[in-house]
Design a protein. Structure first.
Length: 574
């Protein structure tokens, strides 16, 4: 029989009745709105579908303080994580928030009214104290503390919610289940014992072995229940992870395991988070819950020490085991034994037995370089998914920005480089040259003022960064006389994740550029009929830290192209 929900009753706050839903939507039109952020959206979804049972809304002051200080709601029910809705003084004033008022909580993506909150109280809270009590330290190295400092406003609004409709998802809709749906599924397939596995990382063989071992120990089935809401900044994106989980599922004996996604916003609160995770899995119908090493660990604090001990989470869950009513399955670190080609928890490995592990850092390095990832560590199908999302450098896009005066040779070098890269193959090559860009992409203003020039270089940078994100070799050759515009392009490329940006300063002296100018452009700039011309009436700000400096009076075009290729080679891009 499936586990009873936390607090005894599964909350299911979504309006099923079409008339009720319509009347709530109608009412929401005349109510003040709060557009939820990503974390609040995740919280609301799990409040409404019962994942956070017994919660029925965002915590009022009494519940919040009680949870913060004692891990209990005012009712006495165990609950380890404050679930709060933050607002600013300005929100309170402009929305006229007061006890008793009703507010529509909206999905910012499609503006749908998801719920109506009846305000119970609005209260100030102490961020530092909350960090100390809940996260264990008011240290911005903790992702939740950093998040709170940056994003959380100064008041909380407490109150019950009346759910209107669940947020609409477009990804992996078929493997998203509410607690009620998952419970119904377990019933249908006659799973009486279900061991849930929480994860925010791609799963490899160690995790498969760990979950199967847990199933064997308890004669249970396995629920792979990965978090697809917010996780730790820098984690593998959930799209990639879910593809990797889907690739892993066939490695379980048929019928043993199922995959369902959990729209949770993690707090990385280690022990408190483990208790919270256990409560959530119990609500989803699991009877057992795996807590391994460093569960929901946030990493190191500002002193370089771990925030929590590796098994603190297991300890706290054990402390509350009598009232959690979901059995923890504790695991020590799983490690590989090459001698017998199997995984075992470290505490079961006989002394002196050789072991092997590949750390997360080492795995990322191997993905980056394309180095082999052994079969004992993962599965070919899983590695394939990861390699598609993290292509080795040879397959990553990059941007080469050639900057320099008019007629310095930028275009000639760009075209020659494009030919050489096309001969090399493996990527599509995009050329973004001055005139063509001006004609086809258009330009901002008449491109005379420094502001216009800056804006135009940024728009080229945007296109270049997007193309490189898709894996192209991009060669752009605007004059780009301003340091700030070049920095903006560098930042844009960095924001794609690759950061493969190369600034090549074509430093051919102006005398040469002017002398060989057969179209008379310098002449027009000198006599004033052409304004905003770099090197004449607009300063060309010499790049201070380009990746490469080349000069057409010192080197031939093939030599320059070769120098650029050599620069790319230092980064293993060719
Ligand atoms: P998080 O705990 O933040 O969700 P993971 O996805 O890495 O992070 O881990 C999911 C669960 O699996 C946790 O309970 C963790 O302790 C456990 N776990 C992960 N890797 C191992 C391992 N090699 N040995 C034992 N437990 C592990």
């Amino acid at each position: 029989m499936a586990n009873a929900p936390h607090g005894g009753q599964l909350k299911d706050l979504v309006a099923r009745d079409a008339h009720l839903r319509e009347s709530l939507i109608e009412e929401s039109r005349s109510l003040p709105d709060i557009y939820l952020n990503e974390r609040q959206l995740c919280d609301l979804e799990l409040i409404c579908n019962g994942g956070f049972s017994p919660l029925e809304g965002f915590m009022n002051q009494a519940d919040y303080e009680s949870v913060r200080d004692t891990l209990r709601l005012k009712s006495g029910d165990l609950f380890s994580m404050p679930i709060t809705l933050d607002v600013s003084q300005e929100d309170i004033d402009s929305l006229k928030l007061a006890a008793g008022s009703r507010i529509a909580l909206r999905d910012p993506r499609d503006e749908a009214a998801l719920a109506i909150l009846t305000v119970e109280d609005i209260y100030r809270f102490d961020k530092a104290l909350e960090a100390e009590r809940v996260m264990g330290a008011d240290d911005p190295a903790h992702p939740s503390v950093a998040y709170a400092r940056k994003n959380v406003k100064e008041f909380y609004v407490g109150g019950k919610v009346q759910a209107v409709q669940p947020p609409q998802h477009f990804d992996y809709v078929d493997i998203r289940f509410t607690p009620a749906e998952l419970r119904a599924h377990f019933k249908k397939v006659s799973w009486r014992k279900v061991v849930a596995f929480q994860t925010r990382n791609p799963m490899h063989r160690a995790h498969r072995e760990l979950t199967v071992r847990a199933a064997r120990q308890h004669q249970a089935n396995v629920l792979i229940h990965p978090v697809v809401g917010l996780t730790k900044p820098g984690d593998v994106d959930h799209y990639t992870r879910v593809r990797a989980y889907q690739a892993l599922m066939p490695k379980y004996p048929n019928g043993m395991a199922t995959l369902a996604l959990l729209p949770l916003a993690m707090r990385m609160a280690g022990p408190r988070e483990a208790v919270w995770h256990a409560i959530i899995r119990k609500n989803f119908g699991a009877t057992h819950f795996i807590v391994g090493r460093d569960h929901a660990g946030p990493g190191k604090n500002s002193q370089g020490k771990d925030f929590y001990g590796p098994y603190d989470a297991q300890e706290l869950v054990t402390k509350y085991k009598d009232e959690l009513h979901i059995e923890m399955v504790p695991f020590q670190m799983m490690t590989y034994l090459p001698g017998s080609d199997e995984y075992q928890p470290v505490d079961e490995v006989p002394k002196g037995t050789p072991t092997a592990d590949i750390s997360g850092t080492e795995l990322r390095k191997r993905l980056r370089t394309g180095a082999a990832i052994p079969d004992w560590f993962s599965y070919e199908a899983v590695v394939k998914v990861l390699r598609e999302s993290y292509p080795p450098r040879l397959k990553q896009g990059f941007v080469i920005l050639l900057t320099g005066l008019h007629n310095s040779g930028k275009d000639t070098i760009a075209k020659a480089l494009s030919v050489v890269l096309q001969q090399q193959g493996g990527r599509s090559v995009s050329l973004l040259l001055g005139e063509a860009v001006r004609q086809d992409l258009g330009s901002i203003g008449d491109d005379v003022t420094a502001e216009d020039k800056d804006a135009n270089v940024r728009r080229i940078g945007f296109v270049a960064a997007e193309l490189s994100r898709a894996g192209a070799a991009v060669i752009a050759a605007p004059t780009a006389p301003l340091a700030k515009s070049r920095q903006a392009v560098r930042d844009l490329v960095a924001s794609t994740g690759s950061g493969n940006y190369f600034e090549v300063h074509v430093s051919t002296p102006i005398e040469h550029c002017e002398k060989t100018d057969r179209r008379g452009v310098y002449k027009r700039a000198r006599d004033g009929s052409l304004k905003g011309f770099a090197g004449v009436d607009l300063e060309y700000e010499t790049p201070s830290k380009p990746e490469l400096v080349v000069d057409l009076t010192q080197m031939t075009v093939p030599e320059i192209v070769h120098a650029i290729i050599l620069t790319l080679e230092t980064q293993s891009l060719v």
